[in-house]
Ligand binder design. Structure first.
Ligand SMILES: Nc1ncnc2c1ncn2[C@@H]1O[C@H](COP(=O)(O)OP(=O)(O)OP(=O)(O)O)[C@@H](O)[C@H]1O
Length: 256
């Protein structure tokens, strides 16, 4: 299912199995850099599994098998010659639970640019760290304590640090798997605001259980049910005028 946009990342006929169990059944979806896409649907419908196919995070699950075509700027991300470390820098991920490294705030952000050779010297590295923290809306809160441990920050700050860490390696796509589910409403609002500011710079795909959040942060929404993509379209249409009965039942709270 696609509506016109500049495709940054494209998934065609994707199937995923965990052992004998099929978790994703023939899903095709494209994502552009000019909008945020929400993946919604009841628990266990395959949102996270599908999200993880977009940067090969399922490679880390031995029982998982992925079939189909997924391309980033037309390049097959499952090609044997694809460098997965490089791919995960281009398609960054933010997880449900903030997971900063047990290192300083500075090092959390500097680590990626350093291993990917993005800074020629210490000054440039410092500039990348500052720019990433600014873009993640965290700079003012941490600029005087960059050597403190990232794990000493509040949950919401840790999540923004993880976003800064993803941004630091200049990604093209940012995947977010329920990034606010461990956060209080104020920290959630800050992340939502941040998603809004990052829109247009990166293709952003967010899995969320929270339909109000999907309506607030995304311009496109995909509704999944039992491993299949039921409906995809402009977020405003999905929430006000869904074409499928199952979408309507879900958004009106009849199941989920
Ligand atoms: N590592 C795994 N091994 C085996 N089965 C798995 C694994 N991860 C997910 N599954 C199964 O695949 C299906 C899809 O799970 P997935 O986590 O992708 O759904 P989801 O829509 O993201 O759910 P939730 O909203 O509860 O996080 C479920 O039936 C789940 O039990």
């Amino acid at each position: 299912m696609s509506i016109p946009n500049q495709h940054k990342i494209s998934a065609q006929h994707v199937n995923v199995w965990y052992g004998a169990k099929k978790a994703i059944d023939d899903v095709s979806l494209d994502f552009g850099s000019d909008h945020v896409t929400s993946l919604i649907g009841p628990s266990g419908c395959g949102k996270s599994t599908f999200l993880r196919t977009l940067n090969r995070m399922n490679d880390t699950i031995p029982a998982a098998k992925v079939e189909g075509d997924i391309t980033l700027d037309g390049e097959d991300i499952y090609a044997p010659e694809m460098d997965v470390v490089q791919l995960r820098a281009r398609v960054g991920m933010v997880f449900q639970k903030p997971n900063p490294f047990p290192k300083s705030i500075f090092e959390n952000v500097a680590y990626g640019p350093r291993i990917h050779g993005l800074a020629g010297n210490k000054t440039q590295l410092g500039e990348i760290v500052e720019r990433s923290l600014r873009r993640a809306g965290l700079w003012d809160e941490v600029k005087d304590r960059l050597t403190d441990s990232g794990t000493a920050l509040s949950g919401g700050q840790q999540q923004r640090l993880c976003i800064a860490r993803a941004i630091a390696v200049d990604p093209e796509v940012i995947l977010m798997d329920e990034p606010c589910s461990a956060l209080d409403p104020i920290a959630t609002a800050k992340i939502e605001e941040l998603i809004h500011e990052l829109k247009g710079r990166y293709a952003i795909v967010i899995v969320t259980h929270n339909m109000q959040q999907a309506a607030r942060v995304s311009q496109r929404t995909a509704f999944f049910h039992l491993g299949t993509l039921i409906e995809y379209g402009a977020t405003s249409d999905i929430f006000t005028n869904p074409r499928q009965e199952r979408t309507k039942d879900y958004i009106t709270g009849r199941y989920g």
